[in-house]
Design a binder for this molecule. Structure first.
Ligand SMILES: C[S@@+](CC[C@H](N)C(=O)[O-])C[C@H]1O[C@@H](n2cnc3c(N)ncnc32)[C@H](O)[C@@H]1O
Length: 354
């Protein structure tokens, strides 16, 4: 035990923060439940109303709904009018809790957190034993949450900002290019590319069979004919002479990112481009002590590092590897030119050429 005296101010500041985190942890579960039961959407479309009225609209038990709305009102997730005993959703609350598919909607984030809590016993076991945890050992909620969390960011940035930031890639995609999306998961980025660039042929590759099946279904629903999905590892995907290959938030999950990047380099044509989208991070832990990093290091502890350790080499870059470390991986793989093409508040976009 430390013999240092507790500084009351520091203690109270930390306690206040931790209490906020506890409120957030239970609040996210409330938010996710409301999302799954359609309550936020119903409240937004109805406007100010009593809990009984909302219960009739949603089919949720009125007593449960009253308690849930009370938790939400106390947390500031919904507004409460004490005079009329009614609840409502402000435009700001609706943007965060109800507007599915928009970059402001945080429900994918919530779902990703809930998926980790859902499997807390596995997380503890992996942590205590040091055993690897393959990607496939997460709950389906994790795969959907990951997709739902990342999709709005891709929808807002990929075509508008990221592709135009790369040297000559947009023109090639418009004219008709051969494109690979490696570690494509449920295929949201792949589908977006196929929809935006109909002259191009887009191949989505991922080693997780259930994700590839979902991606195929989504592409079929979208009526796309310029897209293919295959279950295969990043080191073994087929084809050559690709004009453009991309990886979205997946390189750091790979056991052998150098091997994967080397295979990508060999699969590109001489003038091809490799785009790597990774979580934004500084190069050292000392520079990374902020809220975004705390979130990513958390997910990285339960998902990214154990996923990488479950594969050959097991480099375990983690979700906060930083530009320097990722660039080193790309250079070790044989890429001659690597630079940061652009970034968002949560992602950095690296461009690599032979
Ligand atoms: C965090 S998810 C990102 C998925 C998708 N790119 C997205 O942004 O929504 C990481 C993905 O990498 C895939 N993955 C991890 N290691 C892989 C490997 N060695 N080969 C192929 N896919 C891999 C996982 O199956 C998972 O779908």
């Amino acid at each position: 035990m430390s013999d240092q005296a507790i500084n009351d101010d520091k203690f109270n500041a930390l306690l206040g923060k931790v209490m906020g985190d506890v409120g957030g942890a239970i609040g996210l579960l409330m938010a996710y439940m409301g999302d799954q039961a359609g309550v936020y959407k119903a409240l937004e479309s109805t406007g100010p109303c009593s809990h009984e009225y909302l219960a009739k609209k949603t089919g949720v038990d009125a007593r449960y709904l009253r308690e849930w709305l009370s938790a939400n009102a106390a947390a500031g997730y919904v507004d409460y009018d004490a005079g009329n005993d009614t609840f409502s959703l402000s435009p700001e609350q609706a943007a965060i809790f109800s507007h599915e598919g928009e970059p402001t909607c945080m429900q994918g984030f919530f779902q990703s957190v809930v998926a980790q809590y859902e499997e807390h016993e596995t997380a503890v076991d992996v942590f205590k034993t040091g055993r690897p945890r393959p990607w496939s050992e997460h709950s389906p909620c994790c795969f959907c949450g990951t997709d739902r969390f990342f999709r709005p960011g891709y929808a807002a940035n990929l075509v508008q900002n990221w592709i135009p930031a790369l040297d000559g890639v947009e023109a090639k995609l418009n004219a008709g290019a051969k494109v690979g999306d490696i570690g494509c998961g449920l295929g949201s980025s792949t589908i977006l590319l196929a929809q935006t660039y109909p002259n191009s042929r887009i191949y989505g590759f991922d080693f997780h069979g259930p994700s590839i099946e979902k991606a195929k279904e989504k592409a079929k629903e979208a009526g796309l004919t310029n897209i293919e999905f295959h279950e295969v590892t990043a080191k073994n995907f087929p084809g050559d002479d690709y004009d453009f290959i991309c990886i979205f938030d997946a390189l750091h999950d790979m056991g052998d990112p150098v091997g994967a990047a080397a295979h990508i380099k060999d699969s590109l044509n001489a003038d091809g481009t490799f785009m790597v989208v990774e979580p934004l991070a500084a190069d050292t832990l000392g520079e990374n002590l902020n809220l975004l990093a705390a979130i990513f290091y958390g997910f990285s502890t339960t998902i990214c590092v154990p996923t990488s350790k479950a594969q050959e080499v097991g480099l375990a870059l983690g979700a906060q590897a930083g530009e320097k470390r990722i660039s080193d991986v790309l250079k070790q793989a044989g890429f001659g030119r690597v630079h940061r093409a652009t970034e968002t508040p949560t992602n950095m976009v690296l461009e690599a050429r032979k």
